[in-house]
Design a protein around this ligand. Structure first.
Ligand code: ATP
Length: 358
């Protein structure tokens, strides 16, 4: 329903969007994810019409938006800074966009109450907006956008100013809300966890380009290149050399692991100028305690760092013959010791969980 066709954007000489071609489907929760300055806010603003484009096209429902001003687009934006009026009540804020709506006062009140109900602020209508908490203000901003029944809701880092606990709660509520109202949500975030938790699909952006557009699981399991792999979650990398290639599989020698066969479907791009490496996520490496054996392969290692997290312990280990620390995560269970730095240990691993970057 939203299409970007080779969208280019220059700010003077600065090339902020470098040929964005992508489609956002109707009704999906879509995120633009990337580090600061990658162009995600600029891209979001081209949907709203707050930002003109230098060339290419932005279409909504098949219609070019080139000549359509922001107020006539089927979009509405929720900002990080809430942008609510502190001197008005909650319901005056929420009903603000209905000022020129020809409906009766009673009908508009009903719409306001409905919108407040959607964001969990039923009964808060008469409160002064300035007396609300950050999370509540963000809900007011949401209700004010939703009351206009846009086809697309654009969210520019809406949760980034909130505390971790409230942010996580609001993430869950936003997902639920999006499912209920069925509107297309486009979220800008630099927080990869937030994007993974909330989105149906994510466009990962670097330097004005989309590096990968996929669902969260694909991004996590099959990153298109090493930069995406490093940006999404934690990934361990070990230098490797390619021994032989067959149809369907590639044999490599990886530092510390030795000879490994990697499925040809598990191949991704190395950073330009880098040699090959194998990459794997912390949860695919497991410590073996007394008497346990690996279901696939195991190696000896030494603990080099321990970070205790309550339910989890993160360990860095170094494989025998390798000086590269590898991060692994273990769920803590009653009776299982937390190892000390320097402790010798064994780790279980599987080539099936590895990605070859070349
Ligand atoms: P952030 O998370 O920091 O907001 P972003 O990925 O949203 O980053 P944009 O705000 O889209 O990035 O900006 C992309 C690049 O374009 C940045 O280098 C920024 O400095 C530049 N830029 C953005 N707006 C303008 C402008 N009005 N004039 C000139 N340069 C701009």
């Amino acid at each position: 329903m939203i299409e970007f066709k080779d969208v280019q954007k220059y700010y003077g000489d600065y090339h902020a969007l470098r040929g964005i071609t992508a489609t956002i489907k109707a009704g999906e929760f879509f995120s633009l994810l990337g580090p600061s300055g990658c162009g995600k806010t600029t891209l979001l603003r081209t949907i709203a019409g707050f930002e003109g484009i230098s060339s290419g096209a932005v279409l909504i429902d098949g219609k070019s938006m080139a000549e359509v001003p922001p107020n006539l687009r089927p979009t509405n934006m929720v900002f990080q800074s809430y942008a609510i009026f502190p001197h008005l009540t909650v319901e005056q804020n929420v009903g603000f966009g209905l000022r020129k709506d020809p409906r009766s006062v009673a009908e508009k009140q009903k719409a306001v109450d409905e919108a407040l109900g959607m964001v969990g602020l039923k009964g808060y209508g008469k409160r002064a907006a300035h007396a609300l908490s950050g999370g509540q203000r963000q809900r007011v901003a949401l209700a004010r956008a939703l009351i206009l029944k846009p086809k697309v809701l654009l969210l520019d880092e809406p949760l980034s100013a909130l505390d971790k606990k409230i942010r996580e709660q609001m993430q869950m509520e936003l997902i639920k809300l999006q499912r209920e109202v069925g509107i297309t949500f486009v979220l800008v975030t630099h927080d990869q966890e937030e994007a993974l938790v909330m989105s149906d699909r994510i466009a990962v952006m670097f330097e004005g380009e989309i590096a990968q557009l996929a669902d969260p699981e694909t991004l996590y399991r099959k990153p298109a290149n090493r930069k995406v792999a490093e940006f999404i979650g934690t990934m361990n990398f070990l230098p490797a050399s390619i021994v032989s290639e067959d149809t369907g599989k590639i044999t490599v020698d990886a530092e510390g692991f030795g000879r490994i066969e990697i499925n040809a479907t598990q191949v991704s791009k190395a950073n330009p100028g880098d040699g090959p490496s194998v990459g794997f996520r912390p949860e695919t490496l497991t410590l073996l305690f007394d008497g346990q054996t690996a279901s696939d392969r195991e190696s000896t290692a030494t603990v080099s760092e321990v970070v205790y997290y309550g339910d989890m312990t993160y360990y860095d280990v170094k494989l025998a013959g390798s000086d590269t620390p590898l991060r692994l995560s273990m769920r803590n269970t009653p009776g299982r010791p937390v190892l000390d730095i320097g402790a010798p240990t064994r780790v279980a691993w599987s080539a099936g969980a590895m990605v070859l970057f070349r």
